[in-house]
Design a protein around this ligand. Structure first.
Ligand SMILES: C[S@@+](CC[C@H](N)C(=O)[O-])C[C@H]1O[C@@H](n2cnc3c(N)ncnc32)[C@H](O)[C@@H]1O
Length: 289
């Protein structure tokens, strides 16, 4: 690899793109640019303008490209994940938030419009992407977040403290019993991958924590089922529950919620790619202990 400061920025980014393409990185050009921008800190627009001139490649670029070629997630290298309006600190031990979850958050933001001080809880908060976004975008909301993994909890604590979210280390199955029947909204993106469905991408299979991926049981539905049960426990009557899932799980989840008899208005929602990505429902009767 000849990448180095004796090269122009443009030549180095082209060479990095080829290296990342060869390593099977799905978006090699954009990752090559983002790694250069991580070192230069000028923004992608200015970076592209700089590549038209004879700006030299930044020191350390070859090392970052070599890490990315090992399929270490871009966000672990830069230490940052962008989610809606937030820049979240991320790294080993925490799930990197996904763009499709941004549209799940939007369902809650739309639902609470007009409510004065909505009380909202995010079950399995990971980096705090969902809870943090709601706290940032819904003035007056009281937002709680629950996370089981101490590693993820530490990242969430960093991200959520400035946003005023009340974060606890706990199990979504029995967390916050003292607040049963008090929330207007429960949102969750729980682990939901079936035990045998090991993801193909090394960034996911090797770097997202297993406890963030696998939902438990052969079909991955233990934690989603538990999240729905906890939502029924935590919500006020008439409260709103939204849960993310894989597109193939929408029918199963709607059926599971139907059978409990406590939910009405069970609705499947599409993400921006037209995939069945989330299910929402309204708690029908008095809350269940
Ligand atoms: C798919 S990740 C989602 C993270 C984050 N909400 C997001 O959307 O980016 C699932 C999260 O649930 C957490 N988790 C797993 N089991 C849990 C449990 N029993 N109680 C609470 N959190 C749990 C995982 O550690 C992980 O952070």
């Amino acid at each position: 690899m000849t990448l180095g400061s004796e090269q122009s920025l443009a030549a180095a980014v082209s060479e990095a793109t080829a290296i990342l393409l060869d390593a099977g990185v799905p978006s090699p050009r954009i990752d090559a640019e983002l790694l250069a921008d991580h070192l230069l800190g000028v923004g992608l627009g200015r970076l592209r303008a700089m590549m038209l001139g004879d700006t030299p490649a930044p020191d350390g670029y070859a090392e970052l490209v070599a890490e990315r070629a090992q399929r270490i997630p871009l966000q672990h290298i830069t230490g940052v994940a962008h989610f809606r309006y937030l820049e979240l600190a991320v790294g080993p031990g925490v799930f990197i938030p996904r763009p499709e979850t941004e549209s799940v958050v939007q369902l809650v933001i739309d639902h609470v419009q007009g409510m004065v001080h909505p009380r909202i809880v995010d079950l399995g908060t990971g980096s705090g992407a969902i809870a943090g976004s709601i706290a940032h975008e819904v003035p007056g909301a009281e937002v709680h977040a629950v996370e089981y993994s101490p590693f993820a909890h530490a990242w969430a604590a960093t991200n959520l403290a400035p946003l005023g979210v009340k974060l606890i280390l706990g199990d979504l199955r029995d967390a916050l019993p003292e607040l049963n029947g008090t929330f207007d909204v429960v949102i969750s993106n729980p682990p939901y991958i079936p035990a045998e469905a090991i993801p193909n991408e090394p960034e996911v299979a090797l770097h997202d924590p297993p406890e963030a991926l696998y939902g438990g049981g052969a079909d991955g539905m233990e934690l989603p089922t538990a999240a729905a049960a906890s939502a029924a426990r935590l919500l006020v009557p008439g409260g709103y529950f939204v849960m993310e899932h894989a597109e193939v799980q929408a029918g199963w989840i709607a059926g599971m919620m139907q059978r409990t008899g406590v939910w009405s208005e069970i609705t499947t929602h599409l993400d921006l790619n037209g995939k069945e990505r989330a299910t929402s429902a309204v708690l029908a009767g008095p809350h269940h202990e």
